[in-house]
Design a protein around this ligand. Structure first.
Ligand code: ADP
Ligand code: MG
Length: 165
């Protein structure tokens, strides 16, 4: 299952996150991949605010994990970019977060840890075709049952940004 989206501004990428937010359930894991500046943190900001979180959302690059607790579901936002060894992620109890966190787990640069994440997840791949342009491709893909039930609703919620043809 793949959903291919296009956005033309940072605001639109945040709107995608906000439109996705109502479909999120406790224990969901989103793996966000894409180059630096692709929009992973921007999308996360939209998701957190779409869940009703009022905190300022910024990159967890230097802190590894930021939590936003004021929305409908708590959000744990992890960035593993700075970690030189994937094993560090395990040491930092990502597995514990994965299974034990009552909210939503968003992992930036998640492809490095995708194999370590125990459960089902939604993979979000962001691509800037030209680094100086605002155009972004966002591919949502799920292989897991947890998302099958929501796939139609997801398509409806994100219809504005779906690429056709
Ligand atoms: P990442 O977390 O992937 O490194 P960020 O979300 O921190 O990326 O940064 C994305 C940058 O690209 C921001 O400066 C944002 O304003 C800019 N930008 C321009 N167009 C878009 C777009 N369509 N979607 C997301 N970000 C965009
Ligand atoms: Mg980031």
């Amino acid at each position: 299952m793949d959903l291919l989206l296009r956005t033309g501004s940072s605001e639109q990428t945040q709107q995608v996150g906000a439109a996705l937010a109502p479909l999120l359930l406790a224990h969901d894991v989103l793996v966000l991949t894409g180059d630096l500046g692709a929009g992973k943190t921007t999308l996360t900001r939209g998701i957190a605010h779409g869940l009703g979180a009022t905190e300022h959302v910024q990159s967890p690059t230097f802190t590894l994990v930021r939590e936003y607790l004021t929305g409908r579901l708590p959000v744990a936002h992890v960035d593993v970019y700075r970690l030189s060894r994937v094993q560090d992620v395990v040491d930092l109890a990502l597995e514990e977060l994965d299974g034990g966190h009552e909210g939503v787990l968003l992992v930036e640069w998640g492809d490095a840890v995708e194999d370590l994440l125990a459960g089902e997840h939604l993979r979000v791949t962001l691509t800037a075709r030209d680094p100086v342009d605002v155009d972004r491709r966002i591919v949502l893909s799920a292989t897991d049952a947890a998302w099958t039930d929501r796939w139609n609703d997801l398509g409806v919620a994100l219809d504005r940004w779906v690429m056709r043809g």
